[in-house]
Design a binder for this molecule. Sequence first.
Ligand SMILES: [Zn+2]
Length: 239
Amino acid sequence: MTKLMYQTDSYLQHFSARVIAVDEENHSIVLDQTAFYPGGGGQPADSGVLNFNDQIYIVQRARKSGDDVLHIVEAGQPLPEIDTEIQGILDWDRRYSLMRTHTAMHILCGVIFRDYGASVTGGDMDPLAGRMDFEFETMQKELVQTIQTAINLEVSKARPVRVDILPREVAFQIPDLIRTKINLLPEGIQRVRVVEIEGLDLQADGGTHVKNTAEVGRIRVVDYKSKGKINKRIYVELD
Ligand SMILES: [Zn+2]
C-alpha cells in the first residue's frame, strides 16, 4: 500500500521513500509513499524522476493499481531492490500547471452552478487547458464573455482553497456535496477528501489544487460546443 502524500500536501515536489515492490513486466516501482499523482478525476498523472546513489529512473507516469501507486519507468535499466531508499522529484512545471488548471475547473463549476444552476457532468484537462461538460440548456454564445468575466472575478478575490479529509457520514450530510454525486462513491470508502474554494465550490475530490484562487491567474473561455439540447461543453485556457 502506498501512502498518498499529495493528498495532504499538494506542494510537495521532493520526497524520500522506500521501494516495497517492483514489477518487471510493467517496468514499474512501488514505493511506501509518494508525491506522484497517479491520474484520475480528469487530472492526468505526474511524471518526474526517482533516484538513488547514481541511478536515475525517468518516471514516464504514475498509475494506481489497487492500493499501490506504480511508477512506470523507462525500460532498459535494472529495477532497484526491495527496501532501497529512493528520492522522488516531480516534473514540477507540469504538475503546478495542472494544479492551476484543476483549480480553474472548480472555479468554472462553482460559478456556473451559482449563476445558472447548471451541474457539471464531466471534465478533462491538460496542463493549462481544460474542458467541462454541463447540463446547461441555456448556454449560448453571448454568455461566453459574461462567464469569463465572472470566473476571473473569483480569481481576483483570492479565495482560499481548503482540503479536508472527513468521515463518510459527515461528508454525506453536506448539502453542497450531494449535487456533485457523492452518493456514487463506492461503499468501502470510509473517509472522503473534500476540496473547498471558500464561498464558491465544494467537491469530493482526490486531485491536486493550488491553495488560493489568485495562483490560477487569468482564465480564458476559448470555446463552447453543444453536445445535444441540454449538454454543453466549455473550453478554458490559462495564461
Ligand atoms: Zn476536481
